[in-house]
Design a binder for this molecule. Structure first.
Ligand SMILES: [Zn+2]
Length: 205
């Protein structure tokens, strides 16, 4: 079955994130978004898989969109596990537009994506996953507060101060500092250049 994926703008992805966060508001406690519970509410089931799957892919939406297959080896690293689950969930959300209804249509069929469509949806799913796991209304005040109150030891240099912010916020969102840095870039707390030279070129994923 052919399927055309219509790429979304960042503004549209932010709106979709708002809809998801609003619909599953009870799954958010403080700054923490319980993505596993949201996935359960959406009637999608993660299936842990053993073996060397993670050498090839982190996770993937199975042929049947009611399932997310994820390598069992990530389950002991909540920061990693949550990001992968969120991204796979967002693939399904975007492809099946379940932000409109909250649940997958009963007759949802697998989509065949061309390489280009896959690239587009990949970018959008990653963006949306960050927007859901690290809500803007939590991140912006927390980031500013940690920037302002950075300890003397890290104030001397911009890179140390920004890395301090990303690392301090890990425990609020339970995602890796690099993901927080990308999200800080998405919402203009840091520039593209700062994100590249202080984070993506330095921190291992
Ligand atoms: Zn993906």
């Amino acid at each position: 079955m052919s399927f055309i994926y219509q790429p979304r703008s960042n503004a549209e992805l932010e709106q979709i994130a708002e809809i998801i966060l609003g619909r599953y508001a009870r799954r958010r406690s403080g700054h923490f978004v319980d993505i596993e519970a949201i996935i359960e509410d959406a009637e999608i089931t993660p299936i842990p898989r053993r073996g060397g799957l993670h050498k090839f892919v982190n996770g993937y939406a199975a042929t049947n969109p009611k399932y997310i297959v994820i390598s069992e080896s990530f389950a002991s690293y909540p920061e990693r596990y949550r990001s992968i689950l969120a991204e796979e969930f967002c693939h399904i959300v975007l492809e099946y537009e379940i932000f409109k209804t909250g649940i997958l249509p009963i007759d949802a069929q697998p989509h065949n994506l061309t390489f280009d469509q896959h690239q587009q949806i990949e970018h959008d799913a990653q963006y949306l996953a960050r927007a859901v796991l690290i809500p803007k209304d939590s991140l912006i005040p927390l980031w500013r507060e940690h920037f302002e109150n950075a300890p003397a030891g890290v104030r001397h240099a911009e890179d140390c101060r920004l890395i301090h912010c990303a690392e301090s916020l890990e425990s609020f969102f339970v995602v890796w500092p690099l993901t927080i840095a990308y999200r800080a870039r998405d919402v203009d707390l840091i520039t593209d250049g700062q994100c590249r030279s202080y984070f993506s070129d330095r921190l291992a994923i």
